[in-house]
Design a protein around this ligand. Structure first.
Ligand code: 13P
Length: 246
């Protein structure tokens, strides 16, 4: 089980310091992996605050080249060097605001995996495609175009765009259908068993309902991961869920 916290462009140094202090006495479980994706400039700072804790670190994006004249970009090698184990690629906010297309996302994922990072590759439909009944087809197309052939030890995050930051989540059936399809496509095409995280308005109220869906291997949390109390409550829900299902 995997609880991933995507902080996006939030939390400054002082807030990170306070967040980290509140993590110090928490009892983490070896069965539930926690990973935080802070703003790039604070990865090293956060790393130093949580060095003694079993929390992994990740970058929110990386470039497809390992070095060169790419002003403002981050090399996957640098993420690895700074202590990251994971990287998010193809988040819908990058696709929309930074015009990253499927081909570029594939290149970024490929080079991240080559740099020994585990990728969390994001897919998900917009509201129009969901309402037209095209969601599964849309996701399938994204996956076939974005997944590099070296996609090992990596994850997919199913994040419907209409659910991000809106408080709306798909029904249990819709999440199950999407996750099942994603797993099937990846197995058929690449012969890999892939873990799929759900992302989009995950919070303390809906976490139990989401974790009950057997096809959900974890969650990618945005807004609710910015408050340490909520982040730890979501983590605790995952631990309880695992204990109950043993
Ligand atoms: P919210 O949890 O704020 O909806 O964000 C989800 C997300 O985009 C995580 O990557």
């Amino acid at each position: 089980m995997f609880i991933a916290a995507n902080w996006k462009m939030n939390l400054d140094k002082q807030s990170i310091l306070e967040f980290s202090k509140d993590l110090q006495n928490f009892k983490f479980s070896k069965d539930v992996r926690a990973c935080i994706f802070p703003p790039m400039t604070y990865i090293d700072f956060l790393n130093r605050q949580i060095q003694n804790l079993p929390i992994y670190l990740g970058g929110q994006n990386c470039h497809f080249k390992s070095s060169g004249a790419f002003t403002g970009e981050i090399s996957p090698k640098f993420l690895k060097d700074t202590g990251c184990e994971y990287v998010i690629i193809g988040h819908s906010e990058r696709r929309i605001f930074n015009k990253e297309n499927n081909n570029e996302i594939k290149l970024r994922a490929h080079s991240a995996i080559n740099a020994d990072l585990k990728v969390i590759l994001c897919v998900g439909e917009n509201l129009i495609d969901r309402e037209k009944g095209n969601a599964i087809k849309f996701i399938e197309n994204q996956i076939l175009k974005c997944i590099p052939e070296n996609f090992e030890n990596s994850y997919i995050a199913y994040e419907p765009i209409w659910s991000i930051g809106t408080g709306k989540i798909p029904s249990v059936l819709e999440i199950r259908e999407a996750h099942r399809n994603i797993k099937e496509i990846l197995y058929k095409k690449f012969n890999v068993n892939t873990k799929v995280l759900y992302g989009g308005s995950v919070n303390v109220e809906n976490i139990n309902q989401i974790l009950k869906i057997a096809e959900v291997d974890g969650v990618l949390v945005g807004g609710a991961s910015l408050k340490v109390k909520d982040f730890l409550a979501i983590y605790t829900a995952a631990v309880k869920h695992l204990n109950n299902s043993l």
